[in-house]
Design a protein around this ligand. Structure first.
Ligand code: BES
Ligand code: ZN
Ligand code: ZN
Length: 510
């Protein structure tokens, strides 16, 4: 979908669908809604007066063939209370509107920049948020639906005009569109990779994706450790998880090094391209969607792709970012790691395997050791680590935890700005006893009935960070949507973590 800024008045546009918005309780119109109301001889006024539309957040009302306009449909989307309006609301409203426009089989859409700010300073941020909502809400993964492909192609939205407010410049609006296009290219690419079936995306395919990303910019370099190098260098935790699979594991290391970088950040992602549970095998229903167990790795790849796209736009983020993805399958075979096995990790610490399905923390132990050897200022890992994080916070929120107050606060602020919800959990020393194994340095699960699973995962990872300021983001919940609760996220892989991670990295230099 192409996004284009325009200075033309919305009522003059010959598009399939026009999108306007109203705050809760708006009964007198101004700006675009007034223009549309006047052109349609009071159509909006009539419906608002009769309480058919109240402006509640994400409420929509559609008018068909409105007299007085060239467009075939008008969608009004509610923005909620004006006091609560921000770019997160604008992003969601835009996503909700494009979902509606799709149902109308529109090919072309024109939308206002929600909130219709008159402040030049806010235009870019809002137009970016609206553009992101449009691009993310319009996503569909349908390449394996063979029926009606031709019809489907005819029904996609190809163009969306963003209508500029006469009081502000179109340049800021255009900048916002460009930023959104750069970032969303990465998010949509990662959604595709998550949604592809697990026989199509294996560890070697993540290496291919990393190779493509590296080719986007001269500031990016790629190092890949293959199985023999992992063996030579003692990445035994990653190798142990991979031992039950026919597919070889890899450690992928992308380095984005722009000129004048002011900080060094290492991002580490869990890239399990399919998690069967291993010998401690999952029941069938829990194994569904385990193609998405590489979403943390996907987020890390997506962040590096977004950095490359932003650099190409002439707006580079001045941070040296290392994207490390530890990737393998977790499968069963006669060669698979066994419960009771003890592995010696790259760090030197030994782990007793009690449960082969707690594999993410094993491969991340080696990934975090690799990252800490780069001596970064900060380290953040992204992982679909525990079902417990979903049970604690539901699908909407990631759980994050770590050892550095300033870094955690930065993640919290980035979450607020991007709308990628995240909630902090503690890492109390008094639970560390649960990590102790009778035969090794650590055990990979707790045997305590009331162990807090997501926190245990965090405490386990903390053993491998070597005092680097670090945060762990457990994205098991928001990485995959079983149902749509937020129009920004379509069903399936969400690409969660790219907006959050990118904004966090940006803020670490400010
Ligand atoms: N990949 C799963 C976690 C997961 C579960 C992600 C559901 C997304 C949705 C992870 O490897 C796992 O299996 N964790 C176990 C840990 C347990 C054995 C301590 C879990 O959460 O059940
Ligand atoms: Zn598992
Ligand atoms: Zn897993």
């Amino acid at each position: 979908m192409e996004l284009l800024p325009t200075n033309q008045a919305i009522n003059t546009l010959a598009v399939d669908t026009i999108v306007i918005s109203l705050f809760q309780g708006d009964t007198t119109f101004d700006g675009t809604s007034q223009t549309v109301n006047e052109a349609t001889s009071g159509l909006l006024q009539e419906h608002v007066t009769h309480h058919e539309f109240e402006g509640n957040l994400l409420e929509t009302l559609t008018f068909h063939s409105p007299a007085g306009l060239k467009a075939k449909h008008v969608i009004i989307v509610g923005l909620g209370k004006s006091a609560d309006f921000d770019s997160v609301v604008a992003r969601k409203a835009a996503a909700a509107s494009i979902v509606e426009a799709k149902k109308l089989r529109s090919r072309s859409v024109a939308t206002v920049i929600h909130g219709e700010t008159r402040k030049e300073a806010d235009v870019q941020q809002l137009s970016q948020a609206v553009s992101e909502g449009l691009l993310l809400g319009n996503y569909e993964f349908n390449r394996y639906k063979t029926k009606d492909q031709a019809q489907r192609a005819k029904q996609t939205i190809t163009q969306c005009l963003l209508v500029n407010n006469p009081n502000t410049t179109i340049e800021s609006l255009e900048q916002g569109i460009k930023q959104a296009e750069a970032i969303c290219a990465a998010v949509l690419n990662v959604r595709d990779i998550i949604n592809e079936p697990p026989s199509k995306i294996k560890p070697v395919n993540l290496v291919e994706v990393a190779t493509e990303i590296a080719s986007l910019s001269d500031s990016i370099s790629l190092t890949v450790l293959d199985k023999s190098q992992l063996e030579k260098e003692g990445y035994n935790a990653l190798l142990a998880v991979a031992s039950g699979s026919e597919e070889p594991p890899y450690l992928i290391h992308l380095t984005y090094k722009p000129q004048g970088a002011r900080k060094k950040v290492a991002l580490v992602g869990k890239g399990v391209t399919f998690d069967s549970g291993g010998l401690s095998i999952k029941p069938w229903s829990a194994m569904l969607s385990m193609k998405s167990d590489m979403s943390g790795g996907g987020a890390v790849l997506g962040i590096i792709q977004a950095l490359a796209e932003l650099e190409a736009l002439g707006t580079p983020v001045p941070v040296e970012v290392h994207g490390i993805v530890v990737t393998t399958e977790n499968m069963i075979s006669g060669k698979a790691m066994r419960p009771d096995d003890i592995i010696e990790t790259k760090s030197g610490k030994t782990i007793e395997i009690l449960h082969t399905d707690a594999e993410g923390r094993l491969i991340l132990s080696d990934g975090l050791t690799y990252a800490s050897l780069l001596k970064p200022d900060y380290m953040i890992d992204f992982a679909t680590l525990t079902g417990a994080a979903i049970r604690a916070l539901g699908r909407s929120y990631a759980a994050f935890m770590g050892n550095d107050r300033a870094l955690l606060d930065t993640i919290g602020q980035a979450s607020q700005q991007t709308g990628e919800l995240a909630w902090e959990l503690p890492l109390p020393d008094e639970y560390k006893k649960q990590l102790e194994s009778p035969v090794a340095d650590l055990q990979n699960i707790s045997t305590n009935d009331y162990s807090p699973g997501a926190i245990f995962g965090g405490l386990f990872l903390q053993e491998f960070v070597n005092d680097v300021p670090w945060a762990h983001i457990d994205i098991a919940g928001p990485s995959f949507a079983d149902e749509v609760t937020n129009p920004v996220y379509t069903k399936g892989g969400t690409g969660y973590g790219i907006l959050l991670g990118l904004e966090t990295v940006r803020r670490l230099v400010d």
